[in-house]
Ligand binder design. Sequence first.
Ligand SMILES: [Zn+2]
Ligand SMILES: [Zn+2]
Length: 729
Amino acid sequence: MKLIFKGIVQGVGFRPTIFRIAQTMDLKGYVLNKGSEVEVVIDKKEEEFIKEVYKQLPTIAKISEIKKIVDNRNFKDFEILHSKKGSRHSQIPADVGTCKSCLKELFDKKNKRYTFPFTNCTICGARYSLIIDIPYDRERTSMNEFKLCKSCLEEYRNPLDKRYHAQTISCPQCGPIYHLYDKKKKDLGSNNAIKRFSEKLDQGKIGVIKSWGGMHLCCNLNEIPRFRNWYNRPQKAFAVMVKNLKIAEKYAEITKDEKNLLISTARPIVLVKKKKQENVSPGIDTIGLFLPYTGLHHLLFSFLKSDALVMTSANIPGEAMITSDEEAFSINADCYLLHNRTIPNRIDDSVVRIWNNKRFFLRKSRGFVPDPISVNYDSHILSVGAGENICGAFSSDNNIFSTQYIGNSKYYSTIVFLQEALNHIMNLTMKKPGIDAVVMDLHPNYETRYIAKKYADDYGVPLFEVQHHWAHAASLLIDNTLDEAVILTLDGLGYGSDGDFWGGEVLYSNFERFKRVGHLQKIPLLGGDAATRDPRRLVYSIFKNFGKEIFFKDNEAAILSKLMDKSLFSTSMGRILDALSCYLGICCDRTYDGEPAMKLEKYLVSGKPRYSFNVDVKDNIVGTVDVFRQLDEKITKSLSNREKADYAYSFVKNIIDELTNLAIYYAKDKGVKHIGISGGVSYNIPITEMISEKVKKSDLKLVVHNDIPNGDGGIAIGQNTIIGNKLIK
Ligand SMILES: [Zn+2]
Ligand SMILES: [Zn+2]
């Protein structure tokens, strides 16, 4: 009998498992990697064999289908045959955290890999971050600089070994090595480098660690104030790596789903409810925790007195993460722990938040890239995303592959990184040479448009524009395998089809078209970007609308009021949240992207709907200015935090309810069954819950994101599906 196994069955230790089972069951035949599938021929007992395969399935392998074909050939023994050259879309493995069995070796004094930080095997280790080209063999990874020693080669060649055909294995004899360096680039040697580095962290030093996909800055939690000052991040939330799950629970309340995500092989940063350590994420009620994922991290914690470390990508905010030693030294940290393997593909840690069993990806990167998203077209579409939090995407052979998280496109380094990442993903997944179309955002000033134009010119193919919120909506449809829905797309700012900045939209959307069913009232963005950076300008323009001047006086007020008619207008929900946060005195001073709205969320979490507002809805436009007027009328004295929370909650709920009503009304009228939420504001759990509650009361079904980022990291996928569908005909 011939059995064709489909799913995640390559590069995960599947063939050695098959080989072992066949040997113990005394079966004759062979196992073979073929394209992206595994072909097995056995001479008898296939039911028992399949049962055994499921029982012994390697942890990260997944069987999606087994096809049976009659095959009565005779074989003398059972063999692993040489792979037939797979097509270029065969699955490329993501980085996988060090597995249990490797961990055991790492701390086993008798093992040859005792304390070897690069210990890995067929099912774990760095993969995507070190692949230069495919097929995925050692000579096309950054391990090509390290020649296998005799003993590693034996493991590599032995079908019964857990490192059989593991492309990136090594040992202390033949693998990469860590050295400790001081501030002045002086090499302090490799002996006990990790232990000495850990002592420095315990003493309060700020260090840089070279990891699989980039460099991390780290320090112990007592040093946070000094670290903030030194790194010039007065308020930004830092991710914290904790020694183990038990320690994680010391810092946060963690649900079962969140635990499973923390210990999953992708090892993302998970946003969980903070219990202590306010200064890690000032004014925010979540903390981003993650568990050690490389051998080095595990070794580090075995030496450290601290049970947790601030661990943040070493970069300028929005710029690409640093990968070279030279750049790292320019940061001027106290000490460095660097290895001698190059990083061909930088890849940031992923950041996820869980709501209702669904994963909201704030950043989808290490551990998840390049997982494919399946689509109904097989053309090659290249899409470049929007302006901030960009990821690019490329479709091939009925799949979309997103690049890793790139950053903010206004930096030159990020634009270069976007091109590198797109070229790489195209090279890995392109079935036949050439692309069919390029897609970009409608915003005339996004730097990503230059990249898009360049690709379109180079390949001589058409270039398309897709409206920002339609792309969000389409990404939500594909995330839920739907053809249509009415979707609340709520975010910071996106360029609208009418030249205004949108972001508080109710869109009916399918892949062919969208209709703007309703939206928030327009508000002037005084000074454009300046209004985003300084939320007091938003409050000023809102209050000016009903004849009150606030925050600015005299000359400044005179200048701003002149801008009232000349400014760009925005319907953004994000800006309303910023303005509310500022007006209530929660956050007026924005030191990082999204800060006022994020700090407002903490109040929304604890707030109650104690106050009611009359929200004016005319021609499907939800009024916001007058709600601010009513708020201002109600507040006659300075507020306690409790009162701020209740006002914030009541205000936001009243507005969200009206937007949701518009969506429900339209859906029912047109017979659409699903209401969705997308865009950056949908990371905000209380707001998502407000929408969910309202939708529950209708007969409609709510859909949210799970595999594609809610925010602008999902835009390229949305753009891709819209043009992919357009070109099918
Ligand atoms: Zn392993
Ligand atoms: Zn070796």
